[in-house]
Design a protein around this ligand. Structure first.
Ligand SMILES: Cc1cc2nc3c(=O)[nH]c(=O)nc-3n(C[C@H](O)[C@H](O)[C@H](O)COP(=O)(O)O)c2cc1C
Length: 174
């Protein structure tokens, strides 16, 4: 079975509703390694060798986080900066990640309607994810269609349960 590595970044999990539910729903699934970066590295000193070894052990990578300022939480950016090294992850000798897949699993405070030219964020979320897409592609990985949970503040009850089910099913069947 191909193994999935979920690289999870949320700086305030104690206040989280959506990602706490998603985490609880998927962290014990077979074949899934749930790796909480803020829990592992609260001081931002990332163990690069350990992170690179984890990447090599998994063929499917998930970047799971809330959308922060149209981007990733700070530790996710730090992880990209220090783990995806030239000559290892990219560049003419950086081929070890070739063939892996990457998928973003994100939540937004804004509604889906807010992410279009008539809405106040103007662009679809996919446009804000372009740096992640190109990062994956530069590292010879395939960037899959993101899973986006919109309107996080309104996501409650049945809607939140279906979000968790959708994520679980994806991980169990993909
Ligand atoms: C610092 C910060 C920046 C945020 N930036 C955005 C943003 O750019 N777009 C957006 O739709 N929501 C934004 N939000 C809302 C979060 O995406 C939302 O709180 C989160 O998805 C909820 O997930 P949770 O319940 O797991 O915390 C931001 C929230 C914070 C705290």
């Amino acid at each position: 079975m191909e193994k999935t590595l979920i690289l999870f970044t949320h700086p305030a999990l104690e206040k989280s509703k959506v990602h706490r539910a998603l985490k609880e729903g998927v962290e014990n699934l077979e074949g899934v390694t749930f790796h909480d970066l803020y829990e592992e590295y609260p001081d931002f000193y990332i163990d690069v060798q350990r992170e690179q070894a984890l990447l090599l052990e998994h063929s499917k990578i998930i970047w799971q986080h809330p959308l922060y300022w149209y981007s990733v939480p700070a530790l996710m950016k730090e992880w990209i900066d220090v783990v995806l090294q030239h000559g290892w992850a990219y560049g003419s000798d950086g081929t070890v990640l070739e063939g892996k897949t990457v998928k973003s699993v994100i939540s937004t405070g804004g509604s889906e309607k807010a992410y279009c030219p008539q809405g106040h964020n103007y662009y679809p979320v996919e446009e804000f994810l372009r740096p992640l897409e190109r990062t994956a592609v530069l590292c010879r990985m395939e960037y899959l269609e993101p899973m986006i949970f919109y309107g996080a503040f309104q996501l409650d009850g049945d809607a939140l349960s279906s979000a968790v089910d959708r994520y679980r099913k994806y991980l169990q069947t993909s």
